[in-house]
Design a protein around this ligand. Sequence first.
Ligand code: SF4
Ligand code: SF4
Length: 329
Amino acid sequence: MKYQTVKGNKVQCDICPRMCNLSDGQSGFCYVRKNDGGNIVLETYGYNTGLAIDPVEKKPLYHFLPSSRVLSFGTLGCNMGCLFCQNWHTTKQKFPINECEKATPEQIVSTALAYECESVAFTYNDPICFFEYATDTARLCREAGLKTIAVTSGFINKEPAKEFFNLMDGANIDLKGFSETFYSKNCLAHLEPVLDSIKYAVNETGCIVELTTMLIEGENDQYVEQECEWILKNLGDTIPLHFSAFFPKFKFSDRNSTKFETLKKAYDTAKSMGLKYVYTGNIPDIETSTTYCKTCGKPLIVRDGYSIRDNNLSDGKCKYCGTACDGLF
Ligand code: SF4
Ligand code: SF4
C-alpha cells in the first residue's frame, strides 16, 4: 500500500490522521485495514453492503446534475468513531464479510452504465477507509464517462487527500460540528484535519463540494455562527451548506430528535451572515430546500423531498436575471 510507513516491526497506516501503528495481523481503528505480513491491506476490497440507485439529492448534493441517477455503495467499518452513527450496524460492529455483496470496480462501472446512472457514489460509510476500492472504481468511472461522488467525513491525511479529491467530481463533506470538543468527544476524531481537507477540496481541486452539518441539540447547534464565519473566510459565500436533522441512534439513542425550529434557526443564521445556498435536510420543508438565485433571489430549483417540483434554470442560469448558479447543471 502506498500510504504506509514501516516502523520497526510494525507498519503505520498513513491514510487518516489516526495513523494506526499495526503489528503483523493487527487491524486498525476502522477494523477493515490490516497489517498483513508487513503491508497494509484493505480487507473489504471488492465487498460492499449492496448497490442502490439513488437520486443525487439524497447524498445530499443540490448543485450537481439535479435529479440525476447515482449508483451508490459503501462497505464495512469507518475511520471515524461517531457516537451518533446512523449506519452503526455496518460501521461499528464486526459484520461478517461473507454476508456482503461482491463487486469488482469493473462490475460497478458496468452496472452503473446498464442502469443509466450518470454517477457512482462512495457513501454509507466513509470511503476514506475503503480508499483503494473507491479510487480504483473512480478511475474506471472517469474512463467510462461516469461522474464520481464521495460522501465523506474528510478525516484524511494530506497526501491521500490529494489523490482522493482529485478523482472526485462531487463531494458532500460532513462538518460535524465546529468545535474540537465535539469532534474529540463525539466522533473520537479532530476538527483541524477536517477543515484542512475541506479547504483543499474546495480551493485546490475541481471537485464540487457541498457541506453538511447534522445538528444535535445541545451538542453542536451552538457553533453555527463560528462555522459560518469560517466558511465565509476560507471558502467563500457560494458553497452549499446543509443543516440536517439527527435521529436517535447508536450511543445517542437516548437523545432527542432535532426539531425543525433548530434547523430553521441555523438556516436563518447562515443566510443572514451572507451564505447564498443554505438548506435544511431530513425533515421535509419546501422553502428551506429551495435553491434561490444569488443575485435576484427568485426560486431556481424547488424541491419536494428528493424530487424537483420546479426548475427555473436555463443552461445553468437563472431564467429571470441570467446569473449562473454555482455548481454543475
Ligand atoms: S484508515 Fe483505518 S487503519 Fe488507516 S489510519 Fe485510519 S483508522 Fe487507522
Ligand atoms: S463518519 Fe459517518 S459512517 Fe463513519 S462513524 Fe461517523 S457517522 Fe458513522
